[in-house]
Design a protein around this ligand. Structure first.
Ligand SMILES: [Zn+2]
Length: 304
């Protein structure tokens, strides 16, 4: 993968809250600690908390007050000549590419206008419209405030603890979260929640379908990413190789529910899956990539 050094990094699409003391300032999750509502039950081991809780829509307690960060230093950094050497600037550019894709694809394929969503960079802890969250939950999308949240140190955990290495894991993760934003815009997420309430026994199976669709949407973006450009029309990517796609597929496999359970030495129970098996995640990312068409991402098979 090669990014175009002439592409302008649009930091207006992110909200840098890393310097703001981290919302609740909660730091490291306390295993088994009580009183944090939806999050707590997931924190059995840090590894399980990371991927079991993250990478999805988390039901968190309350509605924390959203606050804005300060992009001044990020904007300065991302305007410099060596901007693309910086993790946060590269990730901002990935966000730019993913949203540029949906700005075209959503009206074209679904007849609906795309509404942009910012990505919040935070460290340790953050207040969101879905409640307080700390880094242990991994990256997530909050439908209540329409924002994507990520602590960029997650990528290190992804590499160290889950063995998913390679730069292209990063845009894949972001494209998955923006997939949830698209599901929110299309009403898929709300329909799925209603269906879960009508049929609680299928709650996990429905969650898996939502997650696999987000993987498929990420694949559709990956196929079309080299066609995305900044506001001046400069291409964002010079190239994306087969090796990059292989890295995204590898990441999808490494964060499959069965793979994560095995890594955490926990029993593999398909009924408890909420994100899909390694094989399913690989399969649906690949489907999105092969077709390049988000309309092909019908994981619900007309069941919503
Ligand atoms: Zn997800």
């Amino acid at each position: 993968m090669e990014l175009n050094e002439n592409a302008r990094v649009d930091t207006g699409q992110v909200d840098d809250r890393r310097g703001s003391g981290g919302g609740g300032g909660m730091g490291i999750p306390i295993p088994g600690g009580g009183g944090r509502g939806g999050i707590v039950g997931l924190i059995i081991a840090v590894l399980v908390a990371l991927v079991g809780g993250g990478f999805g829509l988390n039901a968190m307690n309350g509605g924390g007050g959203a606050e804005s960060g300060d992009n001044t230093s990020l904007t300065q950094k991302c305007s410099a000549d060596d901007a693309l050497k910086q993790l946060d600037c590269r990730n901002t550019l990935y966000v730019n590419s993913i949203q540029a894709y949906w700005r075209t694809a959503l009206p074209e394929r679904f007849g609906q206008q795309y509404q942009p969503s910012k990505t919040v960079f935070f460290s340790q802890g953050v207040n969101t419209g879905c409640g307080q969250a700390d880094s242990g939950v991994g990256p997530f999308y909050c439908p209540a405030d329409d924002l994507v949240y990520i602590d960029l140190t997650f990528y290190q955990t992804l590499a160290d603890q889950l063995g998913a290495e390679g730069e292209f894991a990063q845009p894949y993760v972001l494209a998955h979260e923006y997939g949830h934003h698209v599901q929110d815009l299309l009403g898929t997420e709300a329909q799925m929640r209603r269906q879960q309430q009508r049929d609680p026994d299928s709650a996990n199976a429905l969650s898996v379908k939502l997650e696999l669709q987000a993987d498929c949407y990420a694949g559709a973006w990956a196929k079309n990413a080299t066609g995305t450009a900044d506001e001046q029309g400069q291409k964002i990517f010079k190239s994306i190789t087969e090796q990059d796609i292989a890295q995204a597929i590898d990441t999808a496999e490494k964060i499959g529910d069965d793979a994560v359970s095995k890594r955490a030495n926990r029993p593999v129970n398909p009924e408890e899956f909420t994100h899909g098996s390694s094989e399913q995640r690989k399969q649906w990312f690949t489907k999105g990539y092969t077709t390049g068409d988000p309309k092909s991402c019908d994981t619900f098979g007309g069941s919503l």
